[in-house]
Unconditional design. Structure first.
Length: 258
């Protein structure tokens, strides 16, 4: 093939936005010329390259749009640090069958136990499967709903997976509680939500300032949900704790000067 024709093909690939074919065409053409692959295999290969390139781009866009606070996967989660978390349950959740069933996940526990990390890891898995995910904390969500109301409500309703972090850090007033209930109600059995909270369900009445609203919210959320209660220590403080216990140990085992 003349260099002129090859250049024209590449220019046309650029014009058509076929970046996957463009990046692999030289290597595949070389194999055709060496007769290690047929023309059909060549076409099959470049088309596969284009599809995989498009899928990668879509996942990157979905990850950007999801606004995760950090990108951490399940592989980076140290299950041995939180032995009471049942790894098979988390792995099953990360397989995303809960998304197909429009179910919810609620992570409860004190700060630093890995609630956000696990929520993000499952969210990333959903993006990798081409799902629309959005991560927000409760404070931002309520502000969005108050300021944008209908438009934002529509945005949140359409997501395949909505992650609401830090439910319960700030109490809500009557109007805010009502907006939150409206959102939860509209996503009930139509989309999945992951929530993280440092408050046990019995304290949710305080968050919503009203036991009736709290129980209506919990009713919708918990009907189809997996609740993961994490009771372990903070991963953020693990080195400090180790240092502390080491100091304690040294103090206790040092011979007394008396
Ligand atoms: P929280 O429960 O407060 O949401 P995070 O999930 O934000 O806690 O965890 C705090 C930090 O500790 C994050 O950087 C997170 O990646 C890390 N972390 C928490 N638990 C683990 C764990 N078991 N293995 C690895 N990193 C962890
Ligand atoms: Mg958190």
């Amino acid at each position: 093939m003349s260099q002129l024709v090859l250049q024209r093909i590449k220019d046309n690939l650029v014009l058509l936005g076929l970046k996957g074919i463009l990046s692999g065409i030289d290597a595949s053409l070389e194999e055709v010329q060496k007769e290690t692959i047929s023309y059909t295999d060549f076409l099959d290969r470049v088309l596969e390259e284009e599809i995989s390139c498009r899928q990668d781009r879509r996942v990157q866009t979905l990850l950007k749009m999801s606004r995760f606070p950090y990108l951490k996967s399940l592989a980076e989660f140290n299950f041995s640090f939180q032995p009471q978390i049942e790894e098979p349950i988390i792995r099953e959740l990360a397989s995303l069958s809960f998304l197909e069933r429009k179910e919810n996940i609620i992570f409860l526990g004190p700060p630093g136990v890995g609630k956000t990390h696990l929520a993000v890891a499952i969210g990333i898995a959903a993006c990798q499967k081409g799902r629309k995910v959005y991560f927000t904390d409760m404070d931002k969500l309520i502000n969005d709903l108050k300021n944008w109301n209908k438009k934002k409500m529509w945005f949140y309703q359409r997501l395949s997976l909505l992650v609401i972090d830090e439910v319960g850090y700030l109490p809500l007033d009557r109007m805010e509680s009502h907006l939150f209930f409206k959102l939860v109600n509209s996503r009930y059995e139509t989309g999945s939500t992951i929530l993280t909270s440092n408050k046990s369900f019995t304290e949710w009445g305080d968050i919503f300032g009203d036991a009736v609203v709290a129980s209506a919210v919990l009713d919708r959320l918990l009907h189809h949900a997996t609740v993961i209660n994490i009771r372990g220590g903070s991963y953020r403080l693990k080195d400090k704790n180790a240092l502390f216990s080491q100091k304690e140990l040294t103090k206790r085992t040092e011979p007394s000067s008396a």
